[in-house]
Design a protein around this ligand. Structure first.
Ligand SMILES: [Zn+2]
Ligand SMILES: [Zn+2]
Length: 154
């Protein structure tokens, strides 16, 4: 399993891979304890960074990649149409759509923590996680805002 999370102190992204340490240390001096699942059960029940039990599943697919593929394909489509090459235009458009779908199917899942946004990859796939739910994310966003407001006023 690999974990990527942002340091709560300096917001730099940190990345930890197997074997996961029990403690992490950021360049800014911040340290923390990892909530590792017990070795007897290799399922991930809670975020290893903050211990929060609400997690969601997402495709580990960089959105910019899908978007830029689509943009390039559409651009090529119109240029080739202008050049009176409709067969090539359609080949490129459909080919890129197929490529997009293929990529989507081969990339694995990433398990994201609602609270601290830590991303867990390489998680055993036999346990299931619910997809992203806006209502839950909103609850955690409100909690974060309250916490930040409390910190700045004190
Ligand atoms: Zn830091
Ligand atoms: Zn977390």
């Amino acid at each position: 399993m690999k974990v990527t999370f942002s340091c709560p102190q300096c917001f730099r992204w940190l990345s930890l891979a197997d074997p996961l340490p029990t403690e992490w240390r950021c360049d800014c001096g911040q340290t923390g304890i990892l909530h590792l699942p017990e070795s007897s059960e290799s399922v991930l029940r809670a975020c290893v960074v903050c211990g929060n039990q609400q997690l969601y599943r997402q495709k580990n697919f960089p959105q910019w990649l899908g978007l830029s593929l689509l943009t390039i394909a559409c651009g090529a489509f119109f240029v080739l149409q202008l050049l009176y090459q409709p067969a090539w235009a359609w080949t490129i458009l459909l080919g890129s759509a197929a490529l997009d779908l293929g990529l989507y199917l081969i990339v694995g899942d990433v398990i994201v923590c609602y609270r601290c946004q830590a991303r867990h990859t390489g998680v055993p796939s036999r346990n299931t996680y619910a997809p992203f739910e806006l209502a839950i994310a909103e609850k955690y966003r409100q909690e974060r805002l309250r916490r930040e407001a409390g910190r700045s006023s004190s």
